[in-house]
Ligand binder design. Structure first.
Ligand SMILES: NC(=O)c1ccc[n+]([C@@H]2O[C@H](COP(=O)([O-])OP(=O)(O)OC[C@H]3O[C@@H](n4cnc5c(N)ncnc54)[C@H](OP(=O)(O)O)[C@@H]3O)[C@@H](O)[C@H]2O)c1
Length: 331
């Protein structure tokens, strides 16, 4: 038997996420497998803001929290995945997984070459594809245009800003600390970086994008911040609604001011998305990201938390802005 630890939902997420939302459960998994089965051990896990919303809508108390992980095959009765193979799968917050149907349970891995495996949960995984497709497809940026990114030092936002620079845009990022702003400006090449906790967004955009000259807005945070950004858009501007993290812990019904008049007045195209809509094209996104990383045009940072026991704490950290770049759990 192998001892598996898993984090389950102890109490539904209502308002702020707290330690009592989580329960650590242990279970034994048999090492004697049937033909076709695998036993996998997690190597890297991920915490992402969507888990907060997803658990609210789709996860029952007692269930293992969901999410992707990179795992190593430790026992195999499947020739396609010999012992030592590295796999990516949506096994959830658990240290060990018995894979009964590898074809269904194991996701396609990205071609990583000599890149670190953990990037399959970041720039070469779901967040990377979110930045690549969510920005390029919906914002359609052109050289010389002005792009605003919120959540700009996070997993997705830091990549969006760099892709915008690659496309020849002027990039304005908003993040929650001076250190994050320094990183995106000095190391990632953003043209402007503002700490939204200290600088009012109107003041910032009057300086960085005067006379309503924002062509594209990639929105990670929603709420009043976004309502304000929309008043600085150029006519026919494009807005990609990726996330709304400023609302995820908020139990109140959002009230006005609502952004519809800004959308009408500037004839904006505003579109929300779920990245899986481009899943059949992920290989294309991975190829571009891999190339840009190799060329040094895309830099990445990982906020690594060591130890499975600390996973809830790392998750809560997302809502406190503790991470710069991608939040990763290392076993
Ligand atoms: N649509 C999709 O398919 C899709 C896919 C992936 C992610 N997303 C969304 O994209 C957004 C970014 O995800 P990510 O994985 O890159 O996370 P992340 O940015 O790496 O981590 C979350 C960050 O959000 C910021 N934040 C937390 N609370 C905030 C608040 N009340 N107001 C403003 N900022 C706040 C914090 O940075 P600061 O220090 O800057 O506040 C924190 O570090 C999330 O909203 C997520 O749900 C959507």
């Amino acid at each position: 038997m192998v001892l598996c630890k898993k984090w389950t939902l102890a109490k539904p997420f209502i308002g702020k996420v707290t330690p009592d939302n989580f329960k650590l459960v242990k279970e034994d998994i048999p090492e004697k497998l049937n033909d076709g089965e695998l036993l996998c051990e997690a190597v890297y896990l991920t915490v992402d803001p969507y888990m907060r919303v997803g658990a609210e809508t789709g996860n029952a108390v007692g269930n293992t929290l969901f999410g992707e992980q990179i795992a190593k095959v430790i026992v195999s009765k499947n020739a396609k995945y010999p012992v030592g193979s590295i796999v990516r799968m949506r096994a959830g917050w658990r240290t060990h997984t018995l894979v009964k149907d590898a074809e269904k349970e194991i996701s396609r891995s990205a071609e990583m070459g000599d890149l670190p495996l953990s990037l399959m949960l970041g720039a070469m995984g779901m967040p990377g594809m979110t930045a690549y497709f969510g920005f390029l497809e919906l914002c359609q940026p052109k050289a010389g245009e002005t792009v605003v990114v919120s959540g700009a030092a996070g997993a997705v936002g830091s990549l969006v800003g760099q892709i915008a620079k690659i496309k020849g845009c002027k990039v304005i990022g908003f993040a929650g600390t001076e250190e994050k702003c320094k990183w995106i400006k000095e190391e990632l090449g953003f043209d402007f970086a503002y700490n939204y906790k200290k600088t009012d967004v109107d003041t910032a955009l009057k300086e960085a994008a005067p006379d309503n000259s924002v062509d594209c807005y990639f929105d990670n945070v929603g709420g009043m911040f976004t309502v304000k950004v929309l008043t600085h858009m150029k006519t026919f501007g494009r807005v990609s609604i990726c996330g709304s993290i400023s609302n995820y812990n908020d139990t109140s019904v959002p009230t006005g001011p609502l952004p519809f008049f800004s959308i009408l007045k500037s004839q904006l195209r505003v579109e929300g998305f779920i990245v899986l809509r481009w899943y059949s094209r992920w290989e294309e996104g991975e190829t571009a990201m891999r190339q840009w990383i190799k060329e040094g045009k895309i830099k990445y940072k990982e906020h690594v938390t060591e130890g499975f026991e600390k996973m809830p704490d790392a998750f809560m950290g997302l809502f406190e802005g503790r991470n710069t770049g991608k939040a990763i759990i290392k076993m």
